[in-house]
Design a protein around this ligand. Structure first.
Ligand SMILES: [Zn+2]
Length: 103
């Protein structure tokens, strides 16, 4: 999954039965410091650089904002996005029986 962000997104969308967001490299105007960013009016996940395309935490975090948005709720808090990504990764690791070794 780490090496295939497009496939990871497909899997997440299938699991949550939501339309797939677009995925782009490079942040939108006005956004300088984030690793990733979700722009709801475009339904697009922006990743700050190619390097972060392969960081499942950033991808899942931004997916959470998409999930909340297409679910008709507000975009969700940062805290919930973080918890969602962390628990998703924890579950993925325990079912895989391996850790990714990232810091
Ligand atoms: Zn966020």
């Amino acid at each position: 999954m780490e090496r295939r962000p497009e496939e990871a997104l497909d899997a997440l969308c299938a699991h949550y039965r939501v339309e797939r967001p677009a995925l782009r490299i490079g942040l939108p105007k006005g956004e300088k410091r984030a690793l990733g960013c979700y722009v709801h009016r475009e339904r697009t996940i922006y990743m700050s650089s190619e390097e972060y395309m392969f960081d499942p935490y950033v991808l899942i975090h931004e997916f959470y904002h998409h999930l909340r948005h297409v679910g008709g709720k507000h975009r969700g808090t940062e805290r919930h996005a973080r918890d969602f990504a962390l628990s998703f990764l924890r579950n993925a690791q325990s079912s895989d029986g391996r850790s990714d070794g990232s810091s």
